[in-house]
Design a protein around this ligand. Structure first.
Ligand code: MN
Length: 288
């Protein structure tokens, strides 16, 4: 099932390019969960509600995906996690690029550095935009495969990790380059794009065997496969949950494959994956 959020906080099921409105389910779920819960009620409720949501979608008239404004597929993640260098080829290109400041020059990657957090306020769906605040500095696109966590868990083993995945989506971890801490540079408004929707985990039985691509305008920059991840999907979950309790709806960027490069106002960044879908997002100049 492909579950999207769109327009004015509506919930939809995407079938063959059409969005079927199931907002009534979202309303009922949200009123049945405590406001103070950590994580997202709709994602938490999905195992119980899936059949009902599919029935509602089958009865709802569809509207074309192109006619709606897609939002991030999770309304209220407790956190947005992201793996740093998690592909060997990306590690090599970062080390080789003299224009990229090396704030951790001796690091070998994720095992040393840990994962990092992006502010939830940076999250936007494909209907948003990437606004560049520092046009004199370099900002790169990083199209990534993204995990959405299903339920609360801590110290999750690799053997159990798949049970904690609600689904998958695509992400754009926009990266202002510079000497500051990663979380600071990568939490600018609009610098955490997620979409176009969540594909439930059953549709991608082997997340370590997924191809996806990132384009800037018509230029293919990232032609990637998750089998090249240094920390695969299960290990990423084990690693994050050894530090943090994970909650339903948590978003987890799995790391950028090679092919990152500078983007400018006026560019359009395109992400696509056969098993998920595709989105376009505009790069614009920040206006105060
Ligand atoms: Mn990244």
């Amino acid at each position: 099932m492909k579950l999207c959020r769109y327009d004015d906080d509506r919930l939809g099921v995407v079938v063959d390019g059409m969005v079927h409105d199931v907002t009534a389910a979202q309303d009922e779920i949200r009123t049945s969960y405590p406001y103070a819960m950590k994580g997202d009620a709709v994602i938490a409720a999905l195992p119980d509600w899936r059949g009902r949501i599919e029935d509602m979608a089958a009865k709802a008239e569809g509207v074309p995906v192109a006619d709606v404004d897609l939002l991030i597929p999770v309304a209220r993640p407790s956190k947005t996690m992201a793996a740093p260098v998690n592909y060997h080829a990306h590690h090599a290109e970062m080390q080789a690029d003299a224009a990229i400041p090396k704030n951790r020059p001796k690091s070998s990657g994720i095992g040393d550095q840990g994962i990092f957090l992006k502010s939830n306020s940076a999250l936007v769906g494909p209907s948003g935009c990437v606004s560049l605040r520092f046009p004199e500095r370099r900002s790169d696109q990083e199209v990534e495969f993204v995990i959405i966590i299903a339920k609360q868990g801590s110290d999750i083993s690799q053997d159990d990790a798949m049970d904690y995945i609600a689904g998958y989506t695509l992400g754009l971890d926009m990266s202002l380059r510079g000497p500051e801490d990663r979380s600071f540079r990568k939490s600018i408004d609009g610098h955490a794009v997620v979409g176009p929707w969540m594909v439930t985990a059953d549709e991608i039985p082997d997340p370590d065997n997924v191809s996806f691509k990132g384009f800037v305008n018509d230029e293919l920059r990232q032609d990637a496969h998750t089998e090249d991840l240094i920390y695969g999907i299960r290990r990423l979950i084990e690693f994050a949950s050894s530090f943090y309790t994970l909650y339903p709806g948590d978003i987890y960027y799995t790391g950028s494959p090679a092919g990152v490069g500078q983007v400018y106002p006026g560019d359009v960044i395109h992400a696509e994956c056969e098993q998920i879908g595709a989105f376009d997002i505009d790069v614009i100049a920040h206006e105060a």
